[in-house]
Design a protein around this ligand. Structure first.
Ligand SMILES: Cc1ncc(COP(=O)(O)O)c(C=O)c1O
Length: 340
């Protein structure tokens, strides 16, 4: 595992911030403002290791705290992982079409992105992926459920990939709570090169507080801790996330509401003659003739905004619509009807 880490990161002596050294006492070591209102201790830097939050996430995920890293959304963790494992001009593979940030983060870090097309039914093409792997290939990103396609990737294919892939495999489970199938995290013990990426932005309904996390073997977590900004997780987000994680009933309720609406929305779209792909997430991938111009008109005439994917490979005439409230979905369907 250690050999997969970039040499400069292996050698890195991390910055030691004030709260790494001392958490209690008369704290005159971090140039905080001692005169400000401290009822919520907002004048103090947060815990640099986010221990309480990571423990709450560990309890939820059924792993140990040492297996959890908490980041500013999963987007921060995608960036940190790439910076640990892929040096400039090395390569990462993504399974297209998928979440666009892998490509952007790769480009920012001067890492080459090798897109490997999914099959017609949006599953990994193992032969193509094998061919894509070169000595410079360091990481493979697989979103499952995938966005924008909405389907889970076949777990038996993912296991095969974990066994043959020479680098780190990131399974991005941003939407896993919406899925009918279990998480791939149960394979973490077996595959040391596996990272499971999760977020509170979707099923938990907390996109605004920017909390994501990953589950991985402790060595990978240690490297993430080593390179992250000193106080990446702010205390307000951490405490809101800890509170939310105590309320699993709320998660179940939100999920239930969304699933009902997803079924209804899918049914209505099919009645309009659209092709609706099966979804394990909180959105639908939809195909209609002239999708791109209809989406534009939806936005211009009705300020109803969905996401156009029609220029992406395998997604001709496709758009993605997030499942909204009943009223929002009704307005969307009514407006769409005027164009179809
Ligand atoms: C597959 C996937 N991964 C990660 C993210 C980013 O999530 P976060 O809000 O945790 O940064 C998204 C957001 O849409 C996503 O679709």
């Amino acid at each position: 595992m250690k050999s997969l880490v970039r040499p400069n990161i292996r050698k890195l002596r991390p910055y030691v911030c004030a709260r790494n050294l001392y958490q209690e006492g008369i704290l005159l070591d971090a140039n905080e403002n001692a005169f400000a209102d401290d009822t919520q201790a907002l004048n103090r830097y947060p815990d640099p290791e986010s221990k309480k939050l990571r423990t709450a996430l560990a309890v939820y995920a059924g792993v140990k705290t040492e297996n959890i890293f908490a980041g500013v959304g999963s987007d921060e963790i995608i960036d940190l992982l790439i910076r640990i494992f892929a040096a400039p001009r090395e390569e990462i593979i993504v399974l297209e079409p998928t979440y666009g940030m892998y490509q952007v983060v790769a480009q920012i870090n001067d890492v080459k992105l090798k897109p490997c097309l999914l099959t017609e039914n949006f599953q990994p093409d193992l032969r193509k992926i094998r061919k894509c792997i070169s000595p410079k290939t360091k990481m493979l990103f697989c979103a499952s459920p995938n966005s924008p396609t909405g389907n889970l990737l076949n777990p038996s294919d993912l296991k095969k990939l974990c066994a043959i892939f020479p680098g780190i495999i990131v399974i991005d489970e941003a939407y896993i709570e919406f899925s009918s199938q279990p998480s791939f995290a149960e394979n973490l013990r077996r595959f040391k090169n596996l990272v499971i990426l999760r977020t509170l932005s979707k099923a938990w309904g907390l996109a605004g507080i920017r909390v994501g996390y990953c589950i991985a073997n402790p060595l990978i977590i240690e490297y993430l801790m080593k390179i992250k900004p000193p106080y990446n997780m702010n205390s307000v987000s951490a405490s809101l996330a800890e509170k939310a994680l105590k309320n699993k009933e709320n998660l179940a309720e939100l999920r239930q509401k969304m699933m009902q609406e997803r079924t209804r929305l899918s049914h209505e779209l099919k009645k309009l003659g659209a092709t609706v792909f099966p979804s394990e997430a909180n959105f639908l991938l939809v195909k209609i003739p002239s999708a791109s111009s209809i989406i534009k008109k939806l936005a211009e005439d009705f300020t109803i905004i969905v996401r156009d994917f029609s220029s992406r490979p395998l997604l001709k005439d496709c758009f993605r619509v997030t499942v909204g409230t009943r009223e929002e979905n009704r307005a969307f369907i009514q407006s769409l009807t005027t164009f179809l």
